[in-house]
Design a protein around this ligand. Structure first.
Ligand code: AMP
Length: 192
């Protein structure tokens, strides 16, 4: 299986690039943010809980997020591989992901981290707010919270994959096509 963690701060382009990767490599896309938003729409218990954190730009607690991810992965027994988008966001989530994949006799192939500087992230998120309808994109103080949570809690997860020799940094600036080309080339090199 080809299992990719597509990593990066909010606004780095993970969702956009995931669409390209699932098409080329025939993978299942698991975006924890998308799953939470679907639950919010359905007004499920999980959605109500997740919303209280998401509206402030905070992480949903690990126990809840890990359980949800475990359940989503187990629904896709036939998958050729996964793109994990927005997960893991903490070291505890990264360790849990390894455990979940082990039960499928597989593991993470690589983490591809899209690197984009902070001012550009803010510009992109504020611009995305005009079409995404996401409350957490349109408010600069929530955006700043999300970036600060990323720096404190999520960025250290890079080390988890660096230690396993699975980490690849990708320049996230440029056109969507240029970034896709960089990702394809990094993945193809890893697979070669
Ligand atoms: P995203 O769509 O990835 O930008 O995520 C939107 C929001 O959903 C985040 O700001 C968090 O509140 C929540 N979220 C998404 N994925 C996770 C995760 N892996 N762990 C905790 N919270 C998450």
């Amino acid at each position: 299986m080809l299992n990719i963690v597509l990593f990066g701060p909010p606004g780095a382009g993970k969702g956009t690039q995931s669409e390209r990767l699932i098409e080329k490599y025939n993978l299942v896309h698991l975006s924890t943010g998308d799953i939470f938003r679907a639950n919010i729409k359905m007004e499920s218990e999980l959605g109500v809980l997740a919303k209280s954190y998401m509206d402030q730009g905070l992480l949903v607690p690990d126990s809840v997020t890990i359980e949800m991810l475990r359940s989503e992965v187990s629904k896709k027994q036939e998958a050729l591989g996964f793109i994990f988008d927005g997960f893991p966001r903490t070291n505890a989530q990264a360790a849990a992901l390894d455990e979940v994949l082990l039960t499928f006799n597989t593991s993470i192939t690589m983490m591809a981290a899209l690197e984009v500087e902070e001012e550009e992230l803010k510009r992109r998120l504020l611009n995305r707010a005009t079409t995404s309808g996401r409350a957490d994109d349109g408010d600069i103080s929530i955006i700043e919270n999300r970036i600060s949570v990323y720096n404190k809690e999520t960025a250290p997860v890079k080390m988890f994959y660096q230690n396993q020799n699975k980490f690849i940094s990708i320049n996230g600036l440029g056109t969507i096509d240029e970034i896709t080309t960089r990702l394809f080339s990094a993945i193809d090199t890893k697979l070669a």
